[in-house]
Write a new protein. Structure first.
Length: 134
């Protein structure tokens, strides 16, 4: 008798596609997560495109953090993140070898090599090892 392999989550929930079925963002951005509903994937892509249109490249992790922290109330909206990127204080973070932008207890680490926004951290504080940038 053949044993059946357990069904994967993708088989159980047809609303969750593999990542190749997600819509693509501007500049060919493709989500790599495999457990997003089509509705959530669409929100991530719309958010990516919003920031891309403003001249910013977002990591998938940063997009998830923005939506999650907004839902949690740790950030007000994606527009607040955009405001922080434009008006926040810039620091060098020698521990993580990144640039960080800080304002209103929100930290946004940015890859200093390619400018990709790595994540968004709510309810944070300026760290003693950060060095202000001019």
């Amino acid at each position: 008798q053949e044993s059946k392999s357990p069904q994967s989550e993708l088989d159980v929930n047809p609303d969750i596609p593999d990542s190749s079925q997600y819509p693509k963002g501007k500049n060919g951005f493709q989500l790599t997560g495999t457990t997003y509903s089509q509705k959530y994937a669409k929100k991530l892509i719309e958010l990516y495109d919003y920031f891309y249109d403003q001249g910013y490249t977002m990591s998938e992790h940063a997009l998830n953090r923005i939506l999650g922290r907004t839902k949690q109330g740790k950030i007000i909206s994606p527009e607040q993140v955009f405001d922080i990127l434009r008006k926040g204080t810039r620091f060098e973070d020698p521990i993580h070898d990144n640039i960080v932008v800080y304002k209103d207890e929100i930290t946004i680490p940015i890859d200093k090599n390619d400018g990709t926004i790595i994540t968004v951290i709510g309810k944070s504080k300026i760290q003693p090892k950060w060095r202000p940038l001019k």
